[in-house]
Design a protein around this ligand. Structure first.
Ligand SMILES: NC(=O)c1ccc[n+]([C@@H]2O[C@H](COP(=O)([O-])OP(=O)(O)OC[C@H]3O[C@@H](n4cnc5c(N)ncnc54)[C@H](OP(=O)(O)O)[C@@H]3O)[C@@H](O)[C@H]2O)c1
Length: 272
């Protein structure tokens, strides 16, 4: 039986994936903040209800907290021998800079620091799988120079666009570290082909809220339909790095200093 770990597995695309893999007979570990959403999710799984409940595990965590992310990684290492697929889909969109209780810029903490801790901390469990895969739902294609190494937490000049591009680029570079350590690992940065009608969890202005609601309703894909390509990638992972929009494979963005930049990111998080 495969073991599939999904951050942000209580809502949106993460929940659609959890529902699919539980219905397909996999063991699924869901990480999110809301147990109520997890309980509701379990009622939507098809097939043998009791068996799905036995194969489902919920870990409550705030992944914008470095301490909580570390706690979850330790829990997984203590209670699981192997992870076949790790899907990173936790999301909370912030239009403005926000500092966590630990003093980190919240989007950087959720969209990069936490993912870094999961990818590096769970490497031994992924190595134990026959065909391990990480699907990181960070939209690929940000420019190679999108990271400000002198101010990773954007104390100066924070904008949603800059912060978003920086974390997306950092997550592509994270693949270099992950596959360098484990050449058998498939590491995929993935974004949907178009807008997905998800919960759009976040703290955003009225304009963005209305745009997401209206566009989502008019043009948005249902989460269950959007995650089809992720299910295919998890089913037949190819070792190495790759980038996708929907089912379309993209050329990876390459810069002159990728290895050096990946090492700088590792050193910066290592100081945490
Ligand atoms: N929707 C789109 O059109 C779109 C477009 C491009 C990229 N994406 C990417 O696709 C992924 C999934 O997006 P989505 O729109 O499907 O998500 P979503 O519906 O907004 O759901 C977000 C998930 O993240 C969890 N979450 C939020 N804050 C958290 C925290 N601090 N700690 C732990 N879990 C937290 C939520 O669970 P709880 O409420 O239980 O905490 C929920 O399960 C994200 O990486 C997103 O950036 C989405």
């Amino acid at each position: 039986m495969r073991t599939i770990v999904i951050t942000g597995g209580t809502d949106g695309m993460g929940a659609a994936l959890a529902r699919h893999f539980l219905s397909a007979g996999d063991r699924v570990v869901v990480i999110g903040r809301s147990r109520a959403k997890f309980d509701a999710l379990l009622t939507t799984v098809t097939g043998d209800d009791r068996s799905a409940k036995q194969r489902a595990e919920f870990i409550a965590a705030d992944l914008s907290s470095v301490a909580d992310s570390r706690r979850v990684v330790e829990h997984l290492r203590a209670h699981h021998e192997r992870i076949d697929a790790l899907v990173l889909a936790a999301s909370f969109i912030r239009q403005r800079r926000h500092t966590t209780a630990e003093g980190h810029e919240a989007s950087w903490a959720l969209f990069f620091l936490s993912k870094y801790l999961f990818v590096t901390g769970l490497a031994p469990l992924l190595r134990a799988a026959e065909r391990p895969v990480i699907v990181n739902t960070a939209v690929p294609g940000a420019r190679a120079g999108a990271i400000d190494f002198d101010d990773l937490e954007m104390r100066e000049g924070f904008t949603f666009t800059r912060s978003n591009a920086q974390q997306r680029r950092a997550n592509e570079l994270l693949g270099l570290l992950a596959t360098g350590e484990n050449p058998g690992l498939a590491y995929v940065t993935w974004g949907p082909a178009r807008l997905v009608r998800s919960s759009f969890a976040g703290d955003v202005g009225k304009g963005m809220k209305i745009a997401a609601a209206v566009l989502g309703r008019l043009l948005g894909q249902r989460p269950d339909a959007a995650v089809g390509p992720i299910i295919d990638i998890v089913g037949a992972p190819a070792p190495g790095r790759a980038a996708y929009r929907g089912a379309k494979k993209l050329t990876l963005t390459v810069g002159d200093h990728d290895d050096r930049d990946a090492a700088r990111l590792a050193a910066a998080v290592g100081d945490e």
